[in-house]
Unconditional design. Structure first.
Length: 168
């Protein structure tokens, strides 16, 4: 893989992994003194040569500047967001054909239109379940529904899972 196609992990001032950036962006942050190399691992990064200098780019950098966190709101419960959360697959059988939305606890029985009560279901499973609870229909969810997490939290969780996997 070419050096300019590499990605660098960016940490906040508090060492929270924020995101990945391409090596060009990382070089700009290092040269403008907005970030510093982070000696997280013994792995060496890359050397990038320009006509006037050689820059050592580590695999991890830490921001020196305080980045104002943009306000993030939980997205509204709508078809597009529920399909994205459920990876465009039925939460009962795993199918990706003819998807609809289903209320786990039917609205007619007091269920609400919230993140923990709406799932993606294929036409067949939705019809089979009908206006019944999971218990009444004898069905099970593959994954318990929940509201989407903040993108930085999702990235941090995945980053630490990858770090642990590399250590083993």
């Amino acid at each position: 893989m070419q050096v300019l196609e590499q990605s660098i992990v960016v940490f906040s001032q508090n060492y929270l992994p924020l995101c990945r950036v391409n090596i060009k962006r990382a070089i700009v942050l290092l040269v403008t003194n907005k970030a510093e190399p982070l000696g997280l691992t013994a792995e060496k990064g890359w050397q990038v040569h320009s006509p006037s200098m050689v820059i050592d780019v580590p695999k991890h950098i830490r921001l020196k500047i305080a980045s104002r966190e943009r306000m993030w709101k939980v997205p509204p419960v709508n078809r597009r967001e529920v399909l994205r959360r459920d990876h465009h697959s039925c939460q009962y059988c795993g199918s990706s054909k003819r998807l609809t939305l289903d209320h786990v606890m039917p609205r007619s029985k007091g269920g609400s239109h919230t993140w923990d009560n709406v799932v993606t279901a294929c036409d067949r499973c939705n019809s089979r379940k009908g206006d019944r609870t999971l218990f009444e229909a004898g069905m099970q969810l593959r994954i318990k529904p929940k509201a989407p997490a903040h993108p930085a939290i999702s990235f941090a969780e995945q980053f630490w899972i990858d770090v642990q996997a590399n250590l083993e």
